[in-house]
Write a new protein. Structure first.
Length: 168
């Protein structure tokens, strides 16, 4: 079939295959983009256990999704398996600090904020951090401000200052 005008010939010759074919079956789900993997991967012993537990859970879910032929779910699980497998392969377990003279990875630190609040955080790896549960990623700004400091030191904690009251 001959195109009717020059513009139509140009358009049809350069049209991407993606625009000319409908996806079949689960093709749309086969290539989910990978989750970004941080280059920072210090973990506590508990953090390594959490990574391994997540991998075990994902392997179980993968088997169930395969049995159900759930292609969208398989694609998501495969993406998560790639992420957690990478995190497991690059995990560097850091032993707990031997002294509490200054803040290190794995330390539990109690601070007093300017507004009177006292907060206690354990400094942990990125994947195990949850500030609402009292854990901070060692690459977070507050953890970075605390590292190497001692009881009595004042640090920038968010928009205000905080004094270190205790280190365990």
């Amino acid at each position: 079939m001959q195109p009717h005008s020059k513009g139509e010939a140009w358009y049809s010759a350069r049209m991407s295959k993606a625009f000319t074919k409908e996806a079949e079956g689960g093709e749309v789900y086969d290539d989910l983009p990978d989750r970004p993997v941080s280059p920072h991967n210090y973990v506590t012993a508990k953090g390594l256990e959490l990574i391994e537990a997540e991998l075990a859970r994902l392997h179980r879910e993968h088997a169930a999704a395969q049995d159900a032929d759930d292609r969208p779910r398989l694609a998501k699980i495969n993406r998560d398996l790639r992420y957690w497998t990478s995190r497991r392969a690059t995990a560097q377990v850091i032993e707990p600090p031997r002294d509490a003279a200054e803040v290190h990875f794995g330390s539990t630190v109690t601070i007093a904020r300017d507004d009177g609040r006292r907060q206690t955080y354990r400094i942990v790896g990125e994947d195990e951090a949850d500030p609402s549960l009292g854990t901070l990623s060692y690459v977070s700004p507050v953890a970075q401000a605390l590292m190497g400091k001692q009881v009595g030191d004042t640090v920038q904690a968010g928009t205000a200052e905080a004094e270190i009251l205790g280190i365990v």
